[in-house]
Design a protein around this ligand. Structure first.
Ligand SMILES: N[C@@H](CCC(=O)N[C@@H](CS)C(=O)NCC(=O)O)C(=O)O
Length: 215
């Protein structure tokens, strides 16, 4: 049985929850509260599992890994249906490029430890933090919108008629955009994909508000 250590509001945990649901894979959930007890991700027993002290962590037999994108690809290889990636190299590259805007260039800048650092070392207040997040999430999602506009044909999900890796990354990022009051008015394609995904139980059931550890 897979053990999955995560936190309800963590985007990278949210990605994996969507992925488990789409694949129909069961797992034991181990909550790691990022704020309680000074941050349970910093406890030695968790650090032994994940030296980065970040959620999520996945354990399956001999495998213990952090990094949600590695988990998504592992799940896709272990449980090929439904596929998260298209069947040709060019389309796979498009999907990965879109997903990596979110996973590599947006999400790290809004991470709890980065925001805490801005507060503690640069004296940022809540308004300053929101402006920081709005800037980086807004710029990144604007690039995602441009990539969606560039598709040869408009599709229900990011890159097809079934949801895949790009959608798995986009939906949690839009959740964070709402949380940090990012204006998505000029991003109709991002909003349309988000709305379509939210209609699917795999996405709806993965929403932070539905998790057992939701505060
Ligand atoms: N690139 C990593 C990012 C993991 C990450 O940043 N996790 C955040 C929650 S979304 C975290 O654990 N933050 C705890 C902290 O900042 O102390 C992944 O995709 O798994």
């Amino acid at each position: 049985m897979i053990r999955f250590h995560g936190y309800f509001r963590s985007s990278s945990s949210y990605r994996c929850r969507i992925a488990f649901n789409l694949k129909g894979v069961d797992y034991d959930f181990v909550p790691v509260h990022l704020l309680n007890d000074g941050g349970q991700q910093k406890k030695p027993e968790y650090k032994a599992l994940n030296p980065q002290m970040l959620v999520p962590t996945l354990e399956a037999g001999d495998l213990t890994i952090g990094q949600s994108m590695a988990m998504l690809e592992w799940l896709d290889e272990k449980y090929p249906e439904p596929a998260f990636l298209p069947d040709n190299a060019d389309d796979r590259a498009r999907v990965r490029a879109f997903s990596q805007i979110i996973a590599c260039d947006i999400h790290p800048l809004q991470n709890l430890r980065v925001l805490a650092y801005l507060r503690e070392n640069y004296g940022e207040d809540q308004e300053g933090i929101e402006r920081w997040c709005q800037r980086w999430i807004g710029d990144g999602l604007a690039a995602c919108e441009a990539l969606l506009a560039r598709r040869n044909k408009q599709t229900t999900y990011c890159f097809g008629e079934t949801p895949g890796l790009a959608d798995i990354c986009l939906v949690p990022q839009v959740f964070s955009a709402h949380r940090f009051k990012v204006d998505l008015a000029e991003m109709p394609l991002v909003r349309a994909v988000h709305e379509a995904c939210e209609q699917l139980p795999a996405f709806a059931d993965a929403h932070p508000s539905k998790q057992p550890d939701a505060a």
